[in-house]
Structures are given as C-alpha cells and as structure tokens.
Design a protein around this ligand. Structure first.
Ligand code: SF4
Length: 464
C-alpha cells in the first residue's frame, strides 16, 4: 500500500539537540577539540563595564569559523545557514528557538578585534596539529595567490583629486565662492574621466572604498584590485604553518624575509627548527637569500632568469680570488666601480670591464663589446649566494623538491580559494584581509586535523 505523509505540526515537543547530533559529526568533534575560552580574557579590553551586552566572543569566533568551513562569504549567509543547521547550533551552544545575533554584529566585531586575536586562534590550531604529530615543520613550501579585493577598479580616482578636494574644503571654510565653483568643476571632470578608462597605475590612482587594494596584473588573470596571500605549507602533512595578506603588487621576493620571520617564529614556539624552504623563481633575490642564510635555512629557489644567462654561457669565467672575469680568449674584465640600482638606492652592483686595447684584435669583437670597444659585465653583490643556489638547484634533491613544492602548496592554495571562503576578500583594508586569510587557513587546518583523527579511528588506533 502506498504511504502518504501528512504534515501536522506539533505545538510542544520533547527535544534535546545533543541527541540529534551524531558522535561522528564534524561540528560535534570540533567542539570537543577546540577550546576558545581564552577569548574572554584576551578580548576583555575591547569592552566597557556598562551598557548593552556584546556578542559572546566565543560565539563570534565560532560563527566566523562556520563561515569559512562552509565556504560562506557573506555574514547574512553565515547567520542564515547557522540557524538552519542542528549541528552548527550545537557547536555554537544555541538552542532551536534561541535568538541569533544580527548579521551586522559580525562585521562590527570583526573590525573591533585586532589581528592578534585571529593569530592567537591560528596558533592554537597549529599547536593542536603539532601535538597530534601532524607537522614535522622541517621543510616548508611557500607560494602566493592573488585574491580579489572588495573594490572596483572602475571606481578608482586620481590621487590628485584628493588634493583638490582638500583645497576645496579649505576654501569652503574661507568662503571663497568663486573658487569653490572652479574646484567643483575640476572634481566632477576628474571623476567622470576616471570612470571611463582604466586607471594608469597605483602611483596615480587609488580606491576610495579600499585604499589598501592594489592594481595587479598577472597572466591569466584580469587586471583588477587584489591582495596577495602568502602561504607556507608543511610538506609532510600539507598543513598551513603561515598565512598573511600583502599588497597585491608586492613582489614575492621582497616579502620573503618577512614570511621567513613569521614561519620560523611559529615553529620555534614548538622547538621546531625549519631547515628547508622550497619556493619558485618569483622568490629569488639577493635579499631573500641573505634572509635564508641569516635564519640558517637551506633554500631551494631557482635563480632569476637573468642569472641563467650568466657569463658561463657566454664564455666568461669568474675568478673569486682576483675578483675578475676572464673570457675564452684569456682577456680579463676587472672590477671598475659600484653601480646603484635606480629603484632602490641601497642596492648596488659591481661593474667589470675589459680594456679596449685587449679586445681590439678579437674576431668576435663586433658581437661582444659595446660602442666604446669594451666588454662590460654587471655583477650582483650577492653573486656568491646566487652561485651557491645555482649549484644546489642542479642536484637531484632539488629536482625532487621542485615536484614536491608544486604538489604541496599549489593544491592547498586551490582548496583555500575554492572551498574555504578565500575566493574573494569580503572586507575592506589589508588588516581585515589578513583576518579573512587567517580564518580560511584555520578552517583548512581544522578540516585536515579532524580528517586525520577520523582516519586514526577507522584504523582502530584511537577513539574519537
Ligand atoms: S671581445 Fe674582448 S672580451 Fe669579448 S671575447 Fe673578444 S677578447 Fe674577450
């Protein structure tokens, strides 16, 4: 006989939420391993002793976590989803009929709390992973990804407009009516112009809604306003050991020194010494290699393209003892002077040159010397470090590490973008972007940790 379900709502039911959330539920397990009570103490100074009660800091952080675990990028959707899910209600400590915080409370509290609260939670989860033996920490793979900012490139304005606006404001207070009209015209004209064409550069334009976002161009990505997420992943477990927000136009090799400091700091808190760093060519620079040497870390970073075309291929051999180059015809290019690089006056390189008399009778002179009849060779002050790296990168170990790097950090970044709410930054400013990235990394690490615990349980090695 065909059954037919008749809907009949009951006014009173005997219901206990904990009975309906199974023991192997993700959020039930998460509530067992995650202790957020430290937030009551660490966030106490954000609140006064009187007035209306705030959202519970633990509930706020749990709601943030739910957002990234469920790949929800809007605060409204976090509240809406949490209300509908019994396991999330249990995780939050709410009952079915309990009133939820208003969605705007989430964004206000996120702005109120400093980055240190989010970093503290990241470190706590990292500690949990280390305590479970998941992170070896010795070898880290580093990479970056561009994350779209919550601002439009078409709404950028010329920086000059701001200066004009401040003049306008000053003159308004001075009651100079005629000049006010002139300035108004200028501003309107500039605003119209900026919406019609793409801004020229970060130097001339900025986004009023998110001044920290930067115009960035990358092959395969549309030109837009981005932040750059720098991620470090443990190669043994694929867990994230560091994540941070940088300006979209900040080059990887410039950021590496800061990234290393944070990775080493995070690991040293657990007496783990980072021994090897794997990264791509974008991280290659003299400064980056000096920073690796300072931390006593062996880097596996392919040298910049200009190094590959080094003098060896052109038949020049460097003599360290005499500090000079020798060409295949035995002519020496000796050290002449230091040259400052135009972009960064601190950086210098060495200039070596042959004498015109030595090259005068050479058969390949036309292909080698400049208009003055000499061969000029530029040489980075960090050449010994580049040479060392070149030698290391030609080893069999380095070839294995190249594959290991791409199979470790790239899938992790893909997961962060596609499954843990990091596809787009939904806040404004680099500090808020940093909080979003940290939360996405926490959600990723927690998923990995709980998956590991489930695997252990299935293998009968431990109980959940
Ligand atoms: S031109 Fe001068 S530096 Fe160049 S290969 Fe000939 S001798 Fe050597």
């Amino acid at each position: 006989m065909q059954g037919k379900k008749i809907q009949q709502e009951r006014l009173f039911i005997n219901f206990q939420l904990s009975e309906y959330v199974p023991a192997d539920n993700f959020y039930r397990q998460l509530s067992q391993i995650l202790d957020l009570r430290f937030l009551y103490k660490s966030t106490a100074y954000y609140y006064g002793s009187e007035g209306q009660k705030s959202i519970d800091p633990v509930v706020f952080m749990k709601l943030m976590l739910v957002g990234y675990l469920e790949n929800l990028t809007s605060d409204r959707r976090i509240i809406r989803t949490s209300r509908m899910r019994m396991d999330i209600l249990f995780f939050l400590g709410y009952d079915l009929d309990e009133e939820f915080p208003w969605h705007s409370t989430l964004s206000r509290t996120r702005k109120l709390y400093g980055e240190d609260q989010f970093v503290a939670l990241f470190k706590q989860v990292l500690k949990l992973c280390i305590d479970h033996g998941l992170i070896s920490g010795k070898r880290q793979a580093v990479d970056s990804a561009l994350i779209r900012a919550n601002a439009s490139i078409n709404k950028m304005v010329e920086k000059q407009v701001m200066a004009d606006a401040s003049i306008y404001s000053q003159e308004l207070s001075d009651n100079i009516d005629e000049e006010i009209a002139g300035q108004e015209k200028l501003i309107r004209k500039d605003n119209r112009g900026s919406t019609k064409r793409a801004p020229a550069s970060n130097e001339s334009h900025y986004s009023p809604s998110d001044p920290d976002a930067r115009i960035t161009m990358k092959p395969g990505k549309p030109m837009g306003l981005y932040y750059r997420s720098q991620v470090s992943v443990d190669t043994a477990s694929h867990l994230i050991t560091y994540i941070g927000a940088f300006p979209g136009n900040a080059a990887d090799n410039v950021s590496l020194a800061k990234i290393l400091e944070r990775i080493v700091g995070n690991m040293q808190e657990h007496n783990i010494q980072v021994k090897e760093i794997l990264a791509d060519t974008g991280y290659s620079s003299g400064e980056a290699m000096r920073s690796l040497a300072d931390h006593n870390i062996e880097g596996y970073i392919p040298n910049i393209a200009s190094y590959k075309k080094d003098r060896l291929e052109e038949g020049f051999i460097y003599d360290l003892e005499n500090d000079r180059y020798t060409c295949k015809n035995g002519v020496h290019a000796t050290f002449r002077c230091y040259e400052k690089l135009s972009k960064n006056k601190k950086l210098q390189r060495k200039i070596y040159r042959t004498s015109p008399e030595d090259c005068m009778n050479c058969p390949i002179k036309s292909m080698c010397v400049n208009y003055m009849g000499t061969r000029r060779i530029k040489h980075s002050l960090d050449k010994p470090l580049y040479d060392q790296m070149h030698k290391r990168m030609n080893s069999d170990k380095a070839k294995l590490f190249k594959k290991l790097r791409s199979s470790t950090v790239e899938p992790v970044i893909g997961s962060l973008i596609n499954y843990t709410g990091m596809g787009r930054i939904n806040t404004k400013g680099i500090k808020q972007a940093n909080k979003c990235m940290i939360m996405a990394a926490i959600a990723y690490n927690l998923k990995k940790l709980l998956k590991y615990k489930v695997e252990l349980c299935l293998n009968g090695l431990t109980l959940l």
